[in-house]
Design a protein around this ligand. Structure first.
Ligand code: ZN
Length: 318
């Protein structure tokens, strides 16, 4: 309204004087009325990230141009997330919700197709493993039922796939907020480059190892194993359930045959099952972070910690 008034008033004056009047009027308005006077084009788009790795990625690509909210609080298992009224309204009001279909049934049900970005659609997915059957189990408990997910949703544990997601996210944010399109694309390119560097470190660091077998408590590392030519053997379908004695002895047999020295566990689930197996096969346990919740550092530093843990456990020499 203010600028319309200024313009019509300016039109009636001599050009030089009019410009001065508009400029003075404009700056005075911004100072006295604060954010209420901010033009709509300068309001930051609200963006919602479903859980940690997507939060990190959106921070990198969105930068200061977006208003970011994360649905899953630190320390919370994302698969079991239930949405409160505020979170549902955050999703409804957001210009974009960044999620991965198949990780959180409650989020899958709440997003609108035209205002969401399913990161799994940006990459080549792997078929669902045993862990994914567990996810379907969670989904089956949902009131509305849930679409079956035929792929493993843990795509963020492969830095090269996450780099592809970063580029696509840059394009989506650029489309949602055209005024800052170039900034989104530039940050996306920088993020993809940082992930490319991490990918090279993993490739080199895991190229020469005594064993390539990765025994994990929670079968979340399928993409990491796929990318760096490791073989993942998961102990349980559901990290919160005791494995059957048959499954335990089967994994113990593989672990012995493959010369496995370390059974991997993670911070959000009890290490009990991994410890039982480790003592059976004379191995140690170590924490490998699936990054389903915020680590103490960030995505890059936590992945570098994972790389060191893997190099020690697998006996890599690079
Ligand atoms: Zn998981």
């Amino acid at each position: 309204m203010m600028s319309g008034f200024s313009r019509s008033r300016a039109a009636g004056l001599l050009a030089g004087a009019a410009l001065l009047t508009v400029a003075a009027c404009g700056s005075g308005t911004a100072e006295t009325t604060g954010s209420a006077a901010t033009p709509a084009s300068e309001a930051k788009p609200e963006v919602v990230a479903a859980f940690y790795p997507l939060q990190w990625l959106t921070e990198q690509v969105g930068g200061a141009d977006v208003q970011l909210t994360t649905l899953t609080a630190p320390g919370v298992e994302p698969h079991d997330l239930e949405l409160g009224i505020k979170q549902v309204s955050d999703i409804q009001n957001a210009a974009l919700t960044v999620y991965i279909k198949g990780v959180q049934p409650a989020v899958d049900d709440a997003v609108a197709a035209d205002k969401s970005f399913d990161a799994a659609t940006a990459v080549t997915t792997l078929p669902a493993g045993e862990h994914a059957e567990e996810e379907e189990g969670h989904a089956g408990e949902e009131e509305h039922g849930h679409e079956e997910i035929a792929y493993d949703p843990h795509i963020w544990l492969d830095p090269s796939r996450l780099a592809t997601v970063a580029s696509k996210l840059g394009e989506r944010l650029a489309a949602a907020d055209a005024a800052h399109a170039q900034a989104y694309k530039d940050r996306a390119a920088r993020t993809a480059a940082a992930l490319g560097t991490l990918d090279q470190e993993f490739t080199k660091g895991l190229s020469t190892c005594k064993t390539k077998t990765l025994v994990t408590a929670h079968e979340a590392f399928g993409y990491l194993a796929d990318r760096y030519k490791l073989k993942q053997v998961g102990i349980t379908l559901d990290p919160e359930t005791e494995p059957s004695p048959a499954r335990l002895s089967e994994v113990a047999k593989i672990a012995k045959a493959e010369g496995v020295s370390t059974i991997f566990t993670e911070s959000l689930v009890s290490p009990k099952v991994a410890e039982v197996l480790a003592s059976q096969v004379g191995a140690k346990t170590a924490v490998l972070d699936p990054l389903e919740s915020k680590p103490s550092g960030d995505y890059l530093s936590a992945m570098r910690d994972n790389l060191k843990t893997l190099q020690t456990a697998l006996g890599c020499t690079a």
